[in-house]
Structures are given as structure tokens and as C-alpha cells.
Design a protein around this ligand. Structure first.
Ligand SMILES: C[S@@+](CC[C@H](N)C(=O)[O-])C[C@H]1O[C@@H](n2cnc3c(N)ncnc32)[C@H](O)[C@@H]1O
Length: 254
């Protein structure tokens, strides 16, 4: 279950924007993979569920798509609108703040997309996503692993149990695939390895660490957090590297 404190609004202050180099690398890989499968975004109506700062919505609007970018976080959508305006694609992106469960689905889109979002956290929410498209669906989720040594160290130091970091947030791409198989919906999928490093000031890193722990319903211990963060400092900054596999799933209901 997602936490009640505003984790995503806090994350919005640090979440990569559409032009972040590491993020663009993954998004370009995903868009190219889709285009190689003959997906055309130009002129398509697209619903991006849990769109965040517009990491996918903005590049797709730049390709001529009409994107409805929905997200639970006001902060994420504010960043998205700011960048859409700056890129001159505001007219192509419509934002809507809502929990996916409550989102009023009063039309079907050419393409529905959800990428790395806990909006799609169970069968019911997958079902709603499948019903949102009259054509194609694209799901991006974690693959076999996601390693973040800072979060692992923080959790380990605060708990006695082993924490499966890959279980936090969005559902795994393979779980999504199982649902499509059960429903006999034809799909294609592929997996790729990726990694990125976020660089924070000590105070930013402390806020990040607190958010990650609170999200797992763990009460942060300031002394423990600070002592762990110190071991991640290089050149006065805290560097947090994540290594992961991501899975891409493309299906067609037409
Ligand atoms: C990790 S970000 C992914 C953003 C973007 N799709 C991407 O791939 O970069 C997850 C996003 O899901 C949003 N989110 C989380 N729970 C949600 C829900 N129940 N309904 C809608 N959006 C949700 C968060 O606010 C956040 O912007």
C-alpha cells in the first residue's frame, strides 16, 4: 500500500525531468523499441498513467501525440506543465491530477502507457488500464532486479528483516505479462539493463533517506541515517547509484 505522507510530492523536487540524460537514455530506448514494432505516436491520443514530470509525456508530445498526463502528485504535474510550456508543447499535453483508481475514464485512447508507477499496483488497476485503450498499451516495470546500495544500507540498519527493494512501487513487468497471458491478449516484451546516479547535497540526501524509510513505514533514526550518508559522500556530495533491469511490454487490443 502506498504511504499517506506526500512521498511523491517530496520526490517531485528531486525526480528527473524529461531532459535528464540518464532518464532520456531509457525513454529513448523505450520509444525506439516501440517504433521498431511499428508503433506510431504522431497524432495519437495517449493516456500516460502516473506520468510524473513528463519524462515520457513530453517526448511523445514532441512527436505530435495528444497526451493526457494523469498523476496523483500536484508537484510532479507542476514540473511537467512547466517543461511542456518551455518546450512549446502545452497545447499537446493535458494534465489531470488524480489517483488512478478514481480517474474518470470517459473515453478510450489510441495508446495507454504506464511507466514505473505504483498507480498500477494490483489486478483491478491493470484491468482499468487494459480498458483504457482502443488500440495499444505499453507497460514499463522493473525486471528481475533493482539495486540501490544506499536504500539497502538504510533499511538494513533500521530493521532486522531482509528487505526486497524491488517490491516497492510499481508491479514487476513479468507480473503484468502473466495477466496478459491469462486474458489471452497478444503482447511483445523485452528487458534492458540500466543504471543511474543521483547526486544530492547532504541535506537533500537526508530528506531522500527519510522519505525512502517512511515509505516503507520505518521510523528514521537520525544518527544512523547520517552515519550511512557520510559513507556515500564523494567531493562534498552524496552519490546514490541505482542499477536495475526494466521490462517493456507492448500489447494490442485492436
Ligand atoms: C517513479 S514515478 C514514474 C514517472 C514516469 N511515468 C516515469 O516513468 O518517469 C511514479 C509516478 O507515479 C505517480 N503515482 C503514484 N501512485 C499513483 C496513483 N495511485 N495514481 C496516479 N499516479 C500515481 C507518482 O506521483 C509518480 O509521479
Amino acid at each position: 500500500m502506498e504511504p499517506t505522507f506526500n512521498f511523491w510530492d517530496n520526490m517531485a523536487k528531486r525526480y528527473p525531468r524529461f531532459n535528464d540524460a540518464s532518464m532520456s537514455k531509457d525513454v529513448n530506448h523505450i520509444i525506439n523499441w516501440c517504433q521498431n514494432k511499428n508503433v506510431s505516436f504522431e497524432g495519437a491520443s495517449i493516456l500516460d498513467i502516473g506520468a510524473g514530470t513528463g519524462t515520457i509525456a513530453i517526448p511523445l508530445a514532441q512527436k505530435g501525440a495528444h497526451v493526457t498526463a494523469m498523476d496523483i502528485s500536484e508537484g510532479m504535474l507542476a514540473a511537467l506543465n512547466e517543461d511542456a510550456k518551455e518546450q512549446g508543447v502545452s497545447a499537446k499535453v493535458h494534465t489531470y491530477q488524480s489517483d488512478w483508481e478514481a480517474f474518470p475514464l470517459n473515453q478510450k485512447y489510441d495508446i495507454v502507457i504506464a511507466s514505473m508507477t505504483p498507480a498500477i499496483s494490483d489486478e483491478q488497476k491493470i484491468e482499468k488500464m487494459l480498458g483504457a485503450t482502443k488500440g495499444l498499451g505499453i507497460y514499463i516495470g522493473w525486471g528481475k532486479y533493482r539495486n540501490n546500495k544506499l536504500v539497502e544500507a538504510l533499511v538494513k540498519a533500521h530493521t532486522t528483516e531482509e528487505e526486497d527493494c524491488a517490491s516497492a512501487g510499481c508491479i514487476n513487468a513479468n507480473k503484468f505479462i502473466e495477466t496478459l497471458k491469462e486474458k489471452k491478449i497478444p503482447f511483445e516484451s523485452d528487458f534492458f539493463e540500466t543504471s543511474w546516479t543521483d547526486t544530492y547535497t547532504f541535506d537533500e540526501a537526508k530528506e531522500y533517506a527519510y522519505d525512502q524509510l517512511k515509505r516503507k513505514e520505518i521510523t528514521p533514526n537520525e544518527a544512523i541515517v547520517e552515519s550511512i550518508l557520510v559513507s556515500f559522500i564523494k567531493d562534498d556530495k552524496v552519490h546514490v547509484t541505482t542499477e536495475a533491469e526494466k521490462g517493456m511490454v507492448l500489447w494490442n487490443v485492436a
